[in-house]
Design a protein around this ligand. Sequence first.
Ligand SMILES: Cc1ncc(C[n+]2csc(CCOP(=O)(O)OP(=O)(O)O)c2C)c(N)n1
Length: 262
Amino acid sequence: MKTPNTWCPGCGNFSIDMAAKNVIEKMDKSKVAITAGIGCHAKIIDYVNVNSFYGLHGRPVPVAVGIKLANPELDVLAFSGDGDSLNEGISHLIHAAKRNSDITVVLHQNRNFALTVKQFTASSPKGFISNSSPDGNPEEPLNALEVVHAAGAGFIARSFTGEMKHLEETLEEAVKHKGFSFVEVLQSCPAWQGNGEDYHEKTYKMRKLPRNPLKRMKEWNYDNGERIPLGVFKKEEKSTFEEEMKTGKKKVNVLEILNSSA
Ligand SMILES: Cc1ncc(C[n+]2csc(CCOP(=O)(O)OP(=O)(O)O)c2C)c(N)n1
């Protein structure tokens, strides 16, 4: 069935949709599964023709973890809003990174709860005027990369919807990475933030893996800083959750676990 696209003109989600489709096109589609939370970003489920699962708001990641655990043959991508995985479902993000589930999380970083018409999220700038902060966001923004780094994520990258080639290449590298991979995608929200972001001017591409990833992650602290690094900050392989769960004689039967806890 063809679903009409309801994203606003100029929304960065179009770029993420296109980049994801281009990457998935090169894969065995029968072995790809995608999940999403609830939000503008989540409509990607309606537009990409592969196995998919709409989670609840804040839960694209645990659904992806479950799918991968049940069928490790699948390549699983979780599309998430910043409200989804930095507010409502941040614990899921942290634990998926910690257990090194072999999934790819794509964070649509528009720095507000967009679908519910503009409330501030954990990554909104301080002072951001929104429907839940009419006098300005009183909180400091959370650095998403630092969060997943602290949780032990093996692959951490950032791209931007205004850099299609970079976005596609970064997504592809993330999907190919064995273990948990996290790609933050900076996107403007034309409805609620205007076209105010100057990502075109401020972003620059790192030429190689930084020697001190954490320092580079902090180069831009989601404030008014002048330079925003794009690219891969960290790439480190280690055994995955799915591999660990299958070690020894015991092979996990997910249905058995679900039935016994029902
Ligand atoms: C459990 C739950 N909490 C809250 C909501 C309301 N809700 C639906 S979409 C949304 C905003 C989503 O924001 P984000 O995850 O940043 O995605 P965006 O719309 O910006 O792409 C909220 C708060 C919900 N549907 N379910």
